[in-house]
Design a protein. Sequence first.
Length: 212
Amino acid sequence: MLLLLGHLLRRAKVWSKCHLRLFTVANEEDNTVQIKKDLQTYLYQLRIDGTVEVVEMATGDVSAYVYEHTLKMQERTRILNNMARLGKGSWSGKKKPWDFDVNEVYEKARSSVNAYEAALPVQRGTGTSIDKKFSRPQIEQDIRQINTAVRMNTVMKERSASAQLVIVNLPCVPVSQKGQERYMSFLEILSSGLERVVLVRGTGGEVITVYN
């Protein structure tokens, strides 16, 4: 889907002078030479003009920033959920649920979230304090997700900071509400610092063959 979208965009006048680069992520144990060769052959067969770059990503490092950001994400989610619950029963008198100022609500929510983020008991660089409201398995899972987003974002900024457009493949959207909240935080970190980003999630039924 990403490959097809990038190819179609280049056929438009606005993007016609852009160069298509295809990045694929590989683990350290993968045969990156063969992966690159296979993708180059695939592009050639499809008559798509572009270059292939294989990015190796180690699976081990978890930085202190990632740990701290994970705790902030969890606390922010909890605060927003509490605000939503309080808001459900707070309408009184003649004021209706739909009679509100969007900017006012946004600013109140943002200031509350920022205040809680600033007050989180985390020592920068150590991450020694853990909020007891969250279980250890949940924190470890969130750390892995945030770590993936941070590393992917770092790689994209290193290699595509000056790109006119970055098209990113998305993982599956979780079914549960809590999973969806973490998913949005994942996307926020993934696309941070990039000027133009298109987030794409295909259905799995899109197939491009040499016979198309």
